[in-house]
Write a protein that binds this ligand. Structure first.
Ligand SMILES: CSCCC(=O)C(=O)COP(=O)(O)O
Ligand SMILES: [Zn+2]
Length: 216
């Protein structure tokens, strides 16, 4: 399906959802210093051809402007002529869509996701034991243990992609970039938001528990 074939109302719906989620996350302080990026897929999905709306690069995500989003294709190339630049991290979104077929991807930098990514870097995963909120990921086993993957962070974004490809786990809808932030995804914006909130709750829990264990 080409970009032109996608119904205008689907594109407008994606932009309205991005606006709503951006405002909510901004109110939580989840976009410090213009960090973070959000995307929602539109139209049909084939791993070799799809399109999505994504935040423009370098924008202050705490305000709304007419130049906040643009549509790109599976290679991160704009679908329409525009002077806007897609997020510098668009290639990570492209790869997650290709691998998972997700409908939305949200990326935020928080102190908790940064601290746990460094603290557990040796294990390359954040270990989580029996925390109720993993049900947010549809994991219902009693006292389940999960490992949330952490991958290397590089200034050169294409260099991050191969490790993302290698480490994505079908049962865990998120991946952490070391000392950078989390990417969480879902079938749609509602699910991606639920997953992101569950991850952030878990990171704060893990962080606080580690402090208590150390008697700090
Ligand atoms: C200013 S934070 C460094 C870039 C980054 O990690 C990020 O999430 C925002 O980049 P974008 O190009 O999407 O604005
Ligand atoms: Zn980032």
């Amino acid at each position: 399906m080409s970009f032109e074939q996608i119904a205008l109302e689907d594109k407008q719906k994606a932009l309205a959802e991005l606006r709503e989620v951006k405002e909510l996350f901004a109110s939580r302080g989840w976009f410090p210093g213009t960090s973070g990026n959000l995307s929602i897929r539109v139209g049909d999905f084939k791993p070799e051809q799809f399109q999505f709306a994504i935040t423009a690069s370098g924008k202050d995500k705490t305000v709304h402007t007419p130049e906040d989003y643009l549509f790109v294709d599976q290679d991160g190339k704009p679908c329409e002529t525009t002077r806007l630049k897609p997020s510098a991290e668009t290639l990570i979104h492209c790869e997650i869509y290709k691998l998972t077929g997700a409908g939305a991807i949200f990326h935020v930098h928080t102190v908790f996701n940064n601290v746990v990514s460094e603290y557990f870097w040796d294990r390359k995963a954040v270990p989580v034991d029996g925390v109720e909120l993993i049900k947010g990921f549809n994991i219902w086993d009693e006292e389940a243990h999960i490992d949330i993957p952490i991958v290397s962070n590089f200034a050169h974004i294409p260099s991050i992609v191969p490790e993302v490809t290698e480490r994505i786990v079908p049962s865990i809808p998120g991946i952490v970039l070391r000392k950078h932030g989390i990417y969480a995804w879902g079938a749609n914006a509602f699910e991606a938001k639920r997953h992101l909130e569950a991850f952030e709750f878990i990171f704060e829990y893990v962080y606080r528990l580690e402090l208590l264990k150390k008697g700090i």
